[in-house]
Structure formats: C-alpha cells, structure tokens
Design a protein around this ligand. Structure first.
Ligand code: 5GP
Ligand code: MN
Length: 360
C-alpha cells in the first residue's frame, strides 16, 4: 500500500473502474494539482445537491493535501445542504461580489463541477473563460461544451459526485479521502438519483456507494438531514400545490404544476423549497411526463421530469431554451406564467402520438 502513491495512475487504477478511460486526463489533472498553489472549484448557479456535494468532496481532499483551495458558488445554495462538512467555507457570490474582477486572480487551477456549458455559470462565465488558470471540467451531462483544458465528462455516471469519487480513488487524492469527503459526495449522489429511484441502474453506482459507506458515511442520517428538514411553511406549500396547482392530462400521460409569485410569497418560500415538487405528478399511476412552471422575479423557471425513454433534455432544448438529462431537464420562459403553460399544453399536442402510445 505504501508504494501506491509513487505508481503512475494507470498502475494504481483498478482496471474495472469506468474512470479508467480518462487515464490521460487523470494524469494531467494529477500533475496540475501537484503544481498548483491556488485552486478554485466552481459549481453551477443555483447549485443543487450534486453540484455542492461534488465541490465539497473535492475541496476536502485538496485541503488535506495542503492546497490553498476555495469553492466559489455563483449564487446561494439550498438550506438542506447547510449541515454538510465545511459548507460554511463556500464563498457565495451575491449582487455586490458577483462582479468582483479579482475572483479568479492568481488562481492556478480552476475546476468546474456539474455543468456542461459556460452559460450554466451565468454571472461569472466571462471571468471563468478569461482566467489564465488551467481549467478542468468534471461533469455527467450530455454534450459538454469545449471550454476547459481537460474535460472529464461521462453520462454513464449517476451524478458528478460519483465521478469525483472515482477521480479521487484513481489519483494521489485517495490518501486524503475521509468520512467528510465521502458524506459530501454521497449527498450529491443520493440527491441526483432521488435516493436511488432514478438514474442509478448502473451497478458501479452501488460499488461507489459501498466504498463511501466504508469511509464512514451515515446513510440514514444523510437522508434525514436532506429530506426531513422542511419548514412547516414548505409542507403547507406542498399541500397547496398538490390540491390547487396541479393539472393532470391522463390521456397524454402528463401532469404539470404551476406556481405563481403570489404563492411563493404566501408560503414564505425559501430557496430550495420548490425542489422536487416537479416529481409529484410522476407519483400518479400512468403519468410518465411532468413539468413545473415557477413564476420567478424576471422569468418563468421550468423543470421537466420523465420516466423511461421520453427525452425531456431534447424537449426542453427544442421548446424552452434549456437542457439537462434524458429524464431530468430545466428550461426557462420569458412570457407570462399563463402564456407559458398554454404554450406547453399546445406543444404537448404535437407529441400526442408518442405520449399516448407510450408504454412504461
Ligand atoms: P432542474 O430541473 O432541477 O433545475 O434541472 C434538472 C437538470 O437539468 C439538471 O441536470 C440541470 O443541470 C439541467 N438544467 C436545468 N436548467 C437548465 C437550463 O436552463 N439549461 C440547461 N442546459 N440545463 C438545465
Ligand atoms: Mn448532477
């Protein structure tokens, strides 16, 4: 064991690990980590459990390696992640700081996690693109853009966190992997698979989970912290949404939810409260396609979810300027909430043959 650190990546690497195909990238990544004094990790804007979990999991091992490392989040992250180890170290950019020209100054290595396009880091994309740092992107979304020096991206991973785990496992970082890093990564994996209800049919996901548990993850506590931590307002908000804001179109196997700005105010919405509402219609027997339309301050935020082969990534890209994965995608609309849902229902008619005949 003691010698493993000195072996080249390809000899240390368990041949069965899917990350093996990135041998060249891993070697370069490892070299850059060793050379770098200052490292910055960037999740996508409005980061979710996978983006924050991946960033923290990597942060923790790099810190233990002795690096000067920082996580810079383009925007705030949900409260249900605020128990994660070291989450208080995340630098969240706000209205005042997002234009700070110095955010990537003197940075040797910039690591983007859980996004496939510069537009996903919206407010800081120009400075990311313009930074002279060596850049790495670690992601699991389809069709990644080419804007970094190294791209480690593979859609066969349940989550970016699963991929980050394998990168740690295959490099010098393995020595520094601990229960804190494992907990952060497990949270990313758990949330991106809806607690193993989707996106997790690859047996490797469970191999990785096994390794994380060996490292000390408390699986039940993690579930409880993430999913059983709602406010009373949020519970009542969900009740309102299910009773008054859900439209079901059984013949098209589709259900959708719309939320007005007034609803958000009435239920004292906190960031992250509407997370997972989009899955509610999929709990109805026979429904395979669901959508949610949320009236935000300047636009309508949309999420799509599906079961099986109905591709919401394509649907969102074609009609709502968005993207994501086959079964989970997001998009946006810049007309009113009412016009947006009308547009959705009329587009739906053009998919009626596909949806009607859909077997799942
Ligand atoms: P959510 O619906 O939870 O916001 O996002 C679901 C998935 O779609 C995530 O993987 C997210 O990265 C992706 N996604 C969400 N919104 C957008 C968007 O506006 N554009 C693109 N390209 N992807 C998105
Ligand atoms: Mn993800």
């Amino acid at each position: 064991m003691i010698f493993t650190v000195f072996l080249p990546v390809y000899l240390r690497n368990n041949k069965t690990m899917p990350v093996n195909k990135f041998q060249h990238e891993l070697k370069l990544f490892e070299e850059r980590v060793q050379l770098s004094k200052k490292i910055v990790i960037v999740p996508h804007f409005n980061p979710d459990g996978d983006a924050i979990g991946s960033a923290l999991g990597l942060y923790i091992v790099l810190k233990k390696l002795g690096k000067n490392v920082e996580i810079i989040s383009p925007t705030i992250y949900p409260d249900f992640l605020k128990w994660l180890p070291y989450n208080n170290k995340i630098r969240v950019l706000g209205k005042k700081t997002e234009s700070d020209p110095s955010i990537f100054q003197d940075v040797d290595l910039l690591i983007g996690v859980d996004f496939n396009a510069l537009s996903r880091i919206d407010n800081i994309k120009d400075r990311f693109a313009g930074s002279s740092a060596f850049k790495v992107l670690i992601d699991h979304h389809p069709n990644p853009e080419n804007f970094t020096d190294i791209l480690i991206s593979d859609t066969s991973y349940s989550s970016t966190a699963e991929l980050v785990f394998e990168i740690i496992e295959a490099t010098l970082l393995k020595k520094y992997f601990d229960s804190d890093s494992a907990t952060a990564l497990y949270t990313g994996l758990m949330t991106d698979t809806g607690s193993f209800s989707f996106n997790s049919s690859n047996p490797n996901t469970f191999r990785v989970v096994g390794e994380m548990m060996k490292a000390g993850v408390d699986k039940d506590k993690t579930y409880d912290k993430v999913y059983n931590s709602f406010s009373v307002d949020r519970m009542r908000f969900m009740g309102h949404v299910m009773l008054n804001r859900m439209v079901v179109i059984p013949e098209l196997k589709t259900g959708y939810i719309y939320i007005t700005a007034k609803d958000r105010k009435s239920f004292n919405e906190q960031f992250g409260d509407t997370e997972n509402f989009v899955n509610i219609p999929l709990g109805i027997k026979g429904i395979i396609f669901s959508a949610i339309f949320i009236e935000r301050d300047n636009f309508i935020k949309i999420s799509f979810r599906s079961k099986g082969s109905f591709n919401v990534n394509k649907f969102s890209a074609a009609h709502f300027n968005g993207g994501g994965h086959i079964n989970a995608a997001g998009g946006e609309s810049h007309v009113s909430l009412h016009e947006t849902t009308e547009k959705f229902v009329s587009i739906l008619q053009t998919y009626s043959e596909e949806l009607k005949n859909y077997e799942y």
